[in-house]
Each structure stands twice: as C-alpha cells, then as structure tokens.
Design a protein around this ligand. Sequence first.
Ligand code: NDP
Length: 454
Amino acid sequence: MDKFDYDLFVIGAGSGGVRASRIAASLGARVAVAEAYRPGGTCVIRGCVPKKLMVYAAHFHEDFEDARGYGWTVPEANFSWPVLMAAKNREIARLEGIYEKLLANAGVTLMRGRATLADAHTVEIDGKRITAKNILIATGGWPAKPAIPGAELGITSNEAFELTDLPKRVLMVGGGYIAVEFAGIFHGLGAEVTLSYRGEEILRGFDDDVRKHLRGELEAKGIKVLLGHQVAAIERNGPGLRVRCAKGAPDLTVDAVMFATGRIPNTANLGLQQAGVKLDDGGAVVVDAFSRTSVENIYAVGDVTDRVQLTPVAIREGNAVAQTLFGARPVSVTHNNIPSAVFSQPPIGTVGDTEAQALAKYGQVEVYQSTFRPMKHTLSGRGEKSYMKLLVEPNTQKVVGVHMVGGDAPEIIQGIGIAVVAGLTKQQFDETVGIHPTAAEEFVTMKEKVLRQA
Ligand code: NDP
C-alpha cells in the first residue's frame, strides 16, 4: 500500500500544469490535477488563443481596404461582435475538451474545484483531503489593476473576452504586451482607441528602435498614444465613463477603460505559507533552476513563479519537473534567448539581446537595420512600414539579437530564433540564400552596418 494517494498532485490545469501531469503520468506516476475554473488555463481560455483569434478578426478591416488596390470591389463590410464572440467561445470550448481528453487518455485524474495546501503533503479540495508525495503549483497569474478610485469600473483582459458589445471608445491603460495587442484589436474592429502609458515609450524591455517603430505605426493607424500619462480616477458618466488624468492632463470620456497593467501571481489563500513555501515580495513562488520551491517536495511552474510569463516557457518548466521527479535525470530549463512575439498590428517578433542589452554585455555591437515598405503595400497603397534589426557581437561575429516589426514577424522570428540559439554568425546568415520575394530574405542580405559603442 502506498503511503500517499498520489505521486504528484498538480494545482492548476493550465499550460504548465497539464504538461507536467501528462508527462509524469506517461512516466508511470499516479497523478491528479485540480482546476478551479476551466482546463486549458489562461492561454487557452482567456489569453493567447482567443486573443489571436481576435487579432485575425480585427485585421480583416485592413484586408478589405487593401484588396481594392488589387482590383477587388469590396462592398461595405459590417462586423458583428456577438458573432465573433460566439465563434471564439465554440473554439475555446473545443480546445478545453481536447485538454480534458488528453488528461484522461494519459490516465491523469482531473478534479474540479479549488485546491489548497493543508501541509507539504496534503491538499484540500471541496472539503476532501488528499495526500501526495509531490505537489506542483501551477496556478498562473491574474490581471492587476492600479489602486485608483473607480478602478472597479475598468475591465481587464479577463472581461475583454466576455464583453457583450464592442465599446465605441476605449481607453487602454498600460504599455506592455496586452495593452498594444488589445489596442490593435479594438481599433481594428472599429473602436476609437486611446492608449495611456506612464513611461516615455511603450513596450519597456523591448529594443528601443522596435518600440519607437511600433508606436509610430499605431499612431499612423489612428490609435492615440499618450506617453508620460497617468490615469488618476474613473467615474461613471451616464452610460460611459469619465477618466480623470494626473498632472493636469485633460479628462477623457470613454465607454470602456481596460487595464493591461501587468499580471500578479495567483498565490493568495492557497495555503502556501502553512506548507512553508517561500514567496517573493511580489507574491511569486520562489523556485530554483529545477522549479523546486523552498519545500523539498513542492514545485512551481509558469506565471505563478513570475520568471518569464510565456506559455511555451511554462510548458517546458512543467515537462522539466515531470522529468526531474519521474524520469531518468533532473532537467532544468534555461531562460536565455527565448523568442517572443507581440501580436500587435503590425506584429513584433524578437529573439536575443536588445541593442541596449548587447551594449551592456559586450561594450560594442554591430547594428544592421532596414526599414521598408512591404511588397504587399505597393499596390494596396497602405503606408505601413516594416522594420528589421540584426545585432552582431563584433569579436565572435555571432548574431546576438534579431528584431522585427512587420507582417509575419512572429512566424519569421520563430525560424531565425533557431539560428540565434545555435549561436550562428553573420557570415552563416549571409551564406544562406534568400527566398525571393519575401520580407524575411532581408535577414540574410543585410550589408550595411553601424558600430555602436557603450
Ligand atoms: P506587462 O508587464 O507586459 O505590461 C504592463 C504594463 O502596465 C507596463 O507598460 C507597465 O508600465 C504598466 N503598468 C504597470 N503597473 C501600472 C500602474 N500601476 N499604473 C499604470 N501603468 C502600469 O504586462 P501585461 O499585462 O501586458 O502582460 C502580462 C504578461 O503576459 C506579459 O509580460 C507577457 O509576459 C505575457 N503576455 C505575453 C503575450 C505574448 O507572448 N504575445 C501576450 C500577452 C501577455 P512600466 O513599463 O512602466 O512598468
């Protein structure tokens, strides 16, 4: 008779938790996973997946306009928010079902309900106590709102996926991934969008040229970007909202305020303190390179650890924990050179160092860059420009960073990411024959460089 009910109990059936559960079960472990909301987690239910569907929906606006330059007569197009929401909801339900099936087929027990820790080996769910040799915390994160009067009148990405109507005027607060992605979604679907960002330039942490280029493109499309701007309070104003702004900036009148002001780890009221699990000042679970917490048999992966808040990273961390516990040897995850994308319009793809990071690391960097009108827009007449940047470490000639703003940037950078992770040199990029005519070929034909010094 085993001392514990399960070898692994996972709290949270999102990207990281599901991967860990399935791999652990495939390695022979007895696994249960608890989910308080819907299997699939943020990414599938109210994050990456529905967001990308909405980006597609929004982009049709420009596609119809662009088609005219190619000889199409496009009658006036109309958009229905309820139709999009219903289609999106069906797809999310389908994916949720797939997640459930994957767990069942792997032999993982799915428990519906909110699980909390009673001690380092005991979980409580719906008044039942279950014991496990190992526990994995994979509870994700939750949108944060700033503590300003009337914050409760604003929505977050959670509610944006459930709105019954498209708001006519939207104020987006924040300048990160979610803010620029949803600014593009609402704008493309026909709303008047203003983005309020407290800093000097949107997308802090991205390459400075990328940030500037994207902001210019958002503005050119008609999104109003307010920099150095802060929302001080929100009040009801008839059916809409009045937004009071700091530092004498004029009030704004909108139909919806959406906060995209970061996400906080879901660690409250989980019983982590009782079990002795250490949290950092921001409430994230502190883990080592193997995702092990301060308690020997308790692990944590994904957004709840606030390392890199990206689905594929959580999936890797989940896999690594399962391998470490039940596989042949411990597996850790490196968090270097992680390619990522912002599904803004136009989108961003990026891998490796920004110019500022490269200068800080190497003292100098060779910069190759190009700004051009995509071929598609020669006939469409659209003014949108693409931007590409390649950063090379002068001594080794290794390509240490690649950045792009423009159509298909995420698809292109996924491929280029392999070259950067492999540590390939500029010469090896140059030896690769371009595919013509594409935008991506620019990355293997860049000739003019500028040497920048720290
Ligand atoms: P981010 O951390 O990317 O951005 C948060 C933004 O809100 C920043 O511009 C920040 O400003 C601002 N902000 C924070 N607090 C306040 C405040 N109190 N008042 C005003 N502004 C504030 O978070 P997101 O919410 O956009 O997304 C969360 C995470 O989810 C991302 O970091 C990303 O890892 C992940 N994600 C990834 C996506 C993708 O891969 N495409 C898509 C969506 C999310 P400042 O810069 O000054 O700190």
